[in-house]
Design a protein around this ligand. Sequence first.
Ligand code: F6R
Length: 594
Amino acid sequence: MCGIVGYAGPKNVGDVLIRGLERLEYRGYDSAGVAIRSDDEIYVQKKKGRISDLFQGDLPTESLGIGHTRWATHGKPADKNAHPFLDCQENISIVHNGIIDNFNSIRDELTEKGHEFSSETDSEIIAHLIEENYDGDFLKSFKKTIRELEGSYAVVAIHKGSDELVVARNQSPLVIGIGSGENLVASDAPALLDYTKNIKYLQDGDIARITNQEVEIWDEDNTLVERETKRLNWDVEDAEKGGYEHFMLKEIFEQPKAIHDSLLGRLNNFEDVDFSKYDVDSVQFIACGTSAHAGYVGRYIFEKIAKVPCTVEVSSEYRYTSSSESSPFTIFFSQSGETLDTVAAAREANRRGCDTLAVTNVLDSSITREVDEVIYTQAGPEIGVAATKTFTTQVIILYLLAIELGLARGVLSKDEAENYKDELRTLPRKVERILDDKERIKKKTKRLAEAEDIFFVGRNINYPVALEGALKLKEIAYIHAAGYPAGELKHGPFALLTEETPVIALAVRDQTFEKMLGNIGEIAARDSPVFVVGDENKELKKLADERYFIPKVPPLFSPILMNVVLQLTAYYTAYRLDRDIDKPRNLAKSVTVE
Ligand code: F6R
């Protein structure tokens, strides 16, 4: 949801900014721009469109600058709404990610004082407010300005007479990269990997001054503070396509390793969460989008392994439900850790007295500061907008948590726990076998790419997998798809079934298998092409027009394998349609607006 980058150092600043923006483009791609301080002037180039279409001519090579890639909120995608913005005198330039809630009143006041605005954005007021507050001390005027803003922001500003980047963070991510003779700032650590792995994570309310030699940080009380420098364990290659045509495909193929890394050290000695500290008699899962689907899968896993009742809420809804008497142990999922609805839901859960745990992929992300416990999926950076390996690793973490909770509650024996762990150990190899079959899965997508509507149906633990399969297809192939519990189709959606409406049916040998066979028969009787994904079975072979049988796995663990098949199905369907797979229209990876 907008990416920002800033650089102070001896390298070619234009190149550093463009490189950083390319790495951040998954956060938004409606427009892009840079502002570079050069010869005591501020040079700005910005435009609607993708980074690859911009910056044709040479950019200044020194000495410091800022860049932005946009996901439009206030004001449509257009050249005039592209960042960076300048003040009236063109002395100051800013980039911003977030939403300034009180921008209308500030804009009115500034307009009365004679400021002229060139865009429809909330962000532009920041440049003019710094100008209004400026009395010769750039940092002081920036601090004064930030105190007048309400809302969410990561802001970086430069002044043509100063060799510093001044930055502020509140509810939008911002990290500082510590280099040698150079320092950087960006929305996300992968944007800095080409230059440094040493990262300082700013906290809400922090303001910092960054030059090529030093970094100073003040907290919300304006006290000079030290923020620990952490070393990233991601490599540049993790943030590159590595020979794959799309990040999404690369990330699908990274899943065996991501599962392995997420299990590493945790199977023999799980130290992330000590459930004996908590009195857990019910659990709620809260998240958005794909992460919410992990929560739905989690419900089945926890009810089976830890024998605890569970509910699932979508973050944006949870905040507005009436608070109940009970305070379930609450688990949040967020790949980015920055999804505003989920971060706000975590605050609300705390207010309601719940014990809280976040499952996230991003070190020190915002959600980690809102919860009692944090557990990291070890998926590595996920750049493709569609979540793949992070969903898989969220579900892996769920198995581990359910086992630990089951043991702590005394409802799971050590032997049972070991059996579950043995199954987990086999998953990377089984996922690999599906990946090795990619060409077969690809062939099966021809008919799907011609469809206008596709249904996904599943039962029990594979019902949420049907939801996730439908979401993936919608977002990257732009084909309308809907996920249903298989028994529900006949309660209405059957009216839509024709021979042009493929149905992808997920069928594994659990207690619902016979019922699922019945449901598939009912669908086939309406002449809809049926694509079965599931356990090998003669009946299924007869009923299905297309089929893909997964490696043998107990039903409880089948979501991991079933979902990989659906990821590849969505990918190859989108590929046939020549979609922009890594950057689907209208989407951004990290949604930091409500
Ligand atoms: C879909 C997708 C989104 C995210 C959702 C939550 O492929 O990626 O639905 O799952 O925006 O994002 P996080 O997990 O970062 O909170």
